[in-house]
Design a protein around this ligand. Structure first.
Ligand code: ATR
Length: 271
């Protein structure tokens, strides 16, 4: 019998996770069945418990349930504790639920895949919501020279900087605090979803700088278009999506899938 996994979210029909995990399973010859499950907005915890009662071994969690997943876990990884959010649930041998967060590692693996250097560099992170909270610990572990977090609501960026100050050189403020040049600029806001561009100052990018949007789509986001007009090299969040999935798959199966082929497949599907 196959082991059961799923992705829980609302909405869920456009999730690429079943495709990604089924490819990983084929590639590594793991017998799993991975499906997309719509959880009711007021019934996430029940949906997870029902899945486990029916033999489920683990799940990915997506919008808007990552905080609720965090709350239901019996034990948590350190990075999930820092993030305050869980994107990977695992049923332990004792039946307890263990929660982890692979989003930050996914971003870092994608940056490494694309040979984006971080050590000693100045890095700007735009946004201060749940997505950004999930990436700061792994980002600071790369020993950048400085991380500056800016946000429309400046206090939230300052709070994040305070919360992570023990891990490295990090400062927060409003958009005006984004004083370049930065070697890497990461957009972690959801502004791209609405086609909005955070009002960032000019002169942000150092020579050979990278712009990274944690969002992705069939067409380039307004942030990446804008970064292109300023001469930055550009990456969208598709690689991060694949890498966070690969890390979750590893946690479940103890086998590390190869991501290049899956990246290429998803890119072809988007275009
Ligand atoms: P997520 O889980 O995607 O991080 P979130 O926690 O709701 O979602 O955070 C959304 C982030 O995008 C926040 O940083 C938000 O800024 P505020 O804290 O000021 O609300 C940012 N954001 C959303 N829409 C934006 C826009 N149109 N312009 C600039 N920032 C925006």
């Amino acid at each position: 019998m196959s082991d059961l996994y799923c992705v829980l979210g609302n909405p869920i029909e456009h999730s690429k996770s079943p495709l990604i995990h089924n490819e990983f399973a084929l590639q590594t010859q793991q017998k799993i069945e991975y499906t997309a499950q719509l959880a009711p907005l007021d019934g996430f915890t029940d949906a997870w418990r029902t899945f486990v009662d029916n033999g489920g071994r683990g799940a990915n969690v997506t919008v808007p349930f990552k905080e609720e997943a965090f709350a239901l876990c019996d034990t948590l990884s350190r990075r999930a504790q820092r993030a305050g959010a869980v994107n990977t649930l695992i049923v332990g041998g004792n039946g307890l639920t263990y929660g982890d967060n692979t989003d930050g590692v996914g971003l870092l693996r994608d940056l490494a895949y694309n040979r984006v250097a971080l050590a000693d560099k100045r890095i700007l992170v735009v946004g201060a919501g749940g997505a950004v909270r999930g990436i700061l610990e792994p980002l600071l572990a790369e020993k950048p020279g400085e991380v500056v977090v800016v946000n429309r609501t400046a206090e939230k960026a300052q709070q994040l900087a305070d919360d992570f100050a023990d891990l490295g050189e990090i400062h927060g403020g409003g958009f005006k605090a984004a004083k370049g040049p930065f070697s890497v600029v990461i957009n972690g806001t959801s502004a791209s979803l609405a086609g909005d561009l955070p009002p960032l100052p000019d002169n942000l990018f150092a020579n050979d700088a990278w712009a990274y949007d944690m969002m992705y789509g069939a067409t380039q986001t307004v942030f990446l278009k804008w970064a292109g007009t300023h001469g930055a090299q550009r990456l969208d969040g598709l690689g991060m999506l694949v890498e966070q999935a690969a890390e979750a798959f590893y946690l479940w199966r103890n086998v590390r899938p190869e991501t290049t082929q899956v990246r290429q497949m998803l890119r072809r599907m988007l275009n």
